[in-house]
Design a binder for this molecule. Structure first.
Ligand SMILES: Cc1cc2nc3c(=O)[nH]c(=O)nc-3n(C[C@H](O)[C@H](O)[C@H](O)COP(=O)(O)O)c2cc1C
Length: 194
């Protein structure tokens, strides 16, 4: 997908896996987090919390919590653990609990800033949240939303066949007509998974 009208960082950002082990400068990491906290939030509650992990012993704890399919992320020189709690944000009728939504927007800011810096930033749900929370001393009241693996672009050598293919595969998205409704809502269409 290429379009002059879409922001270049939005177009360029991908969930790449070929990470280099080379460390990431602290000022770059600080900029990612500064971008994240500029996100909007319900009543400016700013429910996001981030745990930046760069030290070897702590990185090992994160690496040990990853699912098997996320083997590639063990190389990451830095991780950002994205944490929130429903108690930190607005709770409105019809299930409108905004902590995850607002935290997601902060994550997107971080991903786009990373893209601008030339970094790969790959959010993951594939980790053992109980194990990771326990090893990092995160209380149960917090939601460990995602772990973002960060790294400069590296070699594809250690990627499995499927991930190697995905690294250069075109974007995979549902047809826009199946997710965008104009003036008229269609409940049945909206319910379709694919
Ligand atoms: C909440 C979330 C969890 C994800 N978990 C994983 C994961 O555990 N492992 C992985 O390889 N990719 C993971 N991804 C990456 C998605 O698979 C990827 O964003 C999606 O396929 C779209 O590709 P793109 O980001 O390159 O456009 C995750 C993405 C998000 C937003």
């Amino acid at each position: 997908m290429k379009s002059k009208e879409i922001l270049s960082e939005i177009e360029q950002r991908r969930a790449y896996r070929a990470l280099a082990e080379k460390p990431i400068e602290q000022d770059v990491l600080d900029r990612l987090l500064s971008a994240a906290v500029l996100a909007p939030s319900c009543m400016n509650k700013q429910p996001w919390r981030f745990l930046l992990v760069t030290e070897d012993a702590e990185r090992e704890k994160v690496a040990d919590s990853l699912t098997r399919g996320n083997y590639w992320a063990k190389k990451a020189p830095a991780y950002v653990l994205v944490i929130t709690s429903l108690e930190l944000d607005c709770k409105l009728p019809r299930n409108r609990e905004y902590a995850l939504f607002d935290t997601g927007m902060a994550v997107m800011n971080l991903l786009l800033q990373a893209t601008k810096e030339g970094l790969y930033a790959h959010p993951m749900a594939g980790f053992d949240a109980d194990k990771l929370a326990e090893s990092m001393g995160i209380f149960d009241e917090f939601i460990l939303v995602t772990v973002i693996a960060l790294g400069w672009p590296g070699s594809t050598e250690s990627l499995g066949e499927q991930h190697l293919t995905m690294e250069s595969a075109p974007r995979d998205r549902k047809p826009i007509e199946s997710v965008v409704f104009k003036n008229k809502w269609d409940n049945d269409k909206a319910k379709k998974v694919q």
